[in-house]
Design a protein around this ligand. Sequence first.
Ligand code: FEO
Length: 135
Amino acid sequence: MALITWNQSYSVEIPTIDEQHKTLVELINKLHDARLAGKGADALGLILTELIRYTQTHFAHEERLMRLYNYPDYEGHKKLHNDLVGKVLEVKSKFDAGEKALSGEVFDFLKDWLVNHIQGTDRKYTPFLKQKGVA
Ligand code: FEO
């Protein structure tokens, strides 16, 4: 069973961004499935790297939109992005240093990270960006 199942409460009501968030959900689920299937460190490491890269791409996309329209809480939102990337890079460096198992705690963190950020922070920009015509 998937670790995270997309539901409407995760939507920021901006389809292009929802699609990116869905890709992040898929990557976390892919990593979780690979761990459950007993895949080796090489396979897990590749998915983790893909997740980090896509996270950075997604955050850069949101930050571009926020800068373009002078979103009032751009700095605060960007700081949270930086903190999240830092934490995921920490997971990756522990993984590379030998914690190859990827504990349940890592998945709890990834799930909370994505869901709390989308619902608690991303959704705050919805009215602002929609008013600017972002779709
Ligand atoms: Fe969708 Fe602020 O990350």
